[in-house]
Design a protein around this ligand. Structure first.
Ligand SMILES: Nc1ncnc2c1ncn2[C@@H]1O[C@H](COP(=O)(O)OP(=O)(O)OP(=O)(O)O)[C@@H](O)[C@H]1O
Length: 237
């Protein structure tokens, strides 16, 4: 059944899947081998756990989904858009409007406060801004409160926050303005098991409230039970 034209029996349209990849392959400059990735199909509002040992291409696959890397072959559709075929500028705008990304090292802006880091996507995207209620500052404060960042930390520079707090600021930045797709690259690796589980449950609950789809990569298979779906990369069965 074509996803573009899919209709249920009552005739109402079925939402596009959030993510569909087909026969994706990528080769880094200087590498002799090409990595082939399993096909992904993820419905809106659902979450997928991608796992595999170090070096199997988890971060590379997220880079492809984020449109920061271009596949050697294969296609990526996000929300029905063939993002792997869009021009760079259009792809950047798509990412700003529809994606939240949590990097391994969080990539927060060091000279901005925690609050200003969280509202940043709304300064870069009118789509994200109009989805905040009533405004980006209030939404950011709500998220920081839900993610247990004490309010006397909101106006501090992010470098003054603990690693766990920086990770939650990065999550708030990804969630603000309810992007349809959230990509997370092993943001729990610095946490102990209790804090890791608490963070994951909170992230997924906040994403579900917003009907955001989440792709989360990690080498740690113990996290799989938190997710609707899981898929292995590399040699892992
Ligand atoms: N910037 C780069 N330039 C060249 N090769 C790269 C680059 N980044 C990654 N690679 C190579 O691509 C392969 C996959 O790396 P990637 O970081 O995607 O794996 P990973 O599964 O995320 O690993 P880890 O769990 O250690 O983070 C590795 O062989 C790596 O050396």
């Amino acid at each position: 059944m074509s996803t573009e034209t899919a209709r249920n029996q009552s005739g109402s349209s079925i939402p596009e899947p959030a993510i569909v990849t087909r026969q994706l392959a990528f080769r880094w400059p200087g590498q002799t081998t090409t990595t082939a990735f399993p096909d992904i199909r993820l419905a809106q509002g659902e979450h997928l756990f991608l796992h595999g040992p170090s070096g199997t291409g988890k971060s590379t696959l997220l880079g492809l989904l984020a449109g920061m890397l271009a596949p050697e072959s294969g296609t990526i559709e996000l929300l029905g858009q063939p993002v792997s075929r869009l021009k760079a500028g259009t792809r950047d705008r798509f990412r700003a409007n529809h994606m939240g990304v949590i990097f391994q090292q969080f990539n927060l802006v060091p000279y901005l406060s925690a609050l200003a880091n969280v509202t940043l996507p709304c300064r870069l995207s009118a789509v994200r801004r109009t989805r905040t209620s009533p405004d980006p500052e209030t939404s950011a404060a709500d998220l920081l409160r839900q993610l247990a960042i004490p309010d006397d930390h909101w106006h501090k520079g992010v470098t003054e926050l603990s690693v766990g707090q920086q990770q939650r600021v990065a999550a708030a930045r990804a969630l603000i303005g309810a992007p349809e797709v959230i990509l997370a690259d092993e943001p729990t690796s610095a946490l102990d098991a209790d804090n890791r589980d608490r963070f994951l449950d909170l992230l997924l609950a906040l994403a579900e409230q917003r009907r955001s789809s989440v792709v989360f990569v990690s080498h740690d298979r113990a996290l799989a039970s938190h997710f609707h779906h899981q898929q292995a990369l590399g040699a892992t069965p």
